[in-house]
Design a binder for this molecule. Sequence first.
Ligand code: MN
Ligand code: MN
Length: 278
Amino acid sequence: MNNIIYECYLEAGKIAAKVRKESLTRIKEDIPLLEIAEYVEERIRVLGAKPAFPCNISINEIASHYTPQDNMPVFRKGDVVKLDLGAHIEGYIADTAATVEVGTNDHHLLIHACDEALKNAIGSVKNGVETSNIGKIIEDTIKERGFSPIKDLTGHNLQRYDLHAGISIPNYKSFFSHKVKKDNVFAIEPFATYGRGNIKHGKPFIFAINDKCKGKTAEDIRKKFESLPFTPRWIPGISLKELKGAREYFELVESDGKIVAQSEHTVIVNEDGCEIIT
Ligand code: MN
Ligand code: MN
């Protein structure tokens, strides 16, 4: 990896980590989710990066891909909140997430299981490792603690302006596998739940322009966000009808309706290990 690209990743990672830490402490009962989402996105810009996708704030059985559009909903006592954010510099993306409870401490074992799974997974990453082995470590760590990993969701490699660039890091010992290589950039993101760990789709709140999108609105959005995800509140007055063919990121919901935790870091693979940039 050349030095300029490496520096972009490091800076994006530093900003994403700082904003994650700052924002988690601001999640409190009765505050609108929107206040936190806008804080996250604004802080990323103020610190010199751009949001790589709309801040995801997913509560309880919602695992991922929810982003608020207005002042409802608000955080409620006992909510298990996944805050997932991304920052990019010149398209080089750092993606990170963590889970907190609002005013309670009832789910710390679940949250801890997820954090441990991430830590153990990261500890195994180096040049030549199989993605299915990373998945096995995540699965074992979560199951040993009595929970289920969500098999329908995966980590992913990152490339310039490409959030899911084709290689997945499974959250279980999958049949499919891929050899991790030096200089690959990966977001590793275990999800743990009390349920069986399957996913059903909710509504879409996040979209991305793809090659099927034609017309002026699509071109305007592409100029602003390339093919990275966006959400309607970023583009006041937008009609989604004008964006026929846009990719829809559906809300991802645990099928049994059970609470989910998530932990995520972005790493750069090197010869003997990996560097956590977030
Ligand atoms: Mn993420
Ligand atoms: Mn991710």
